[in-house]
Design a protein around this ligand. Sequence first.
Ligand SMILES: [Zn+2]
Length: 128
Amino acid sequence: MSQLLTRLDPARVLGLEEGDAHVIRNAGGRVTDALRSIIISQQLLGTREIIIVHHTDCGMLTFTDEVIRGKIRADLHQNVDHIAFLPFGDLKQSVLDDVKSLKESPLVLDVPITGYLYEVETGKIVKV
Ligand SMILES: [Zn+2]
């Protein structure tokens, strides 16, 4: 699935040096999928700010849970109806939803949490 190739180099886009940040990556940059790592980062590594970055032209805009579940059922003969693959239809809303989700989580410390969109077409990063 070439659409799902990574489109974002966080270190380059955010100007990070080695050790500046704990970068947690996953398909679509979804926080639900990252929660385990975020908790570890805050509790054990002392991380005190969270930046969520999604990007334009994301593969997560191109399918639905029903589509990927059907593909897995057909290709692997497995039922994964219990797995939320977290695709989205609205890029900006996906960032807003993820910021809200972390801010409301009792497992995430009350720290600055901001969301951004990386525009692959321009190389610019825009606050949502
Ligand atoms: Zn993507």
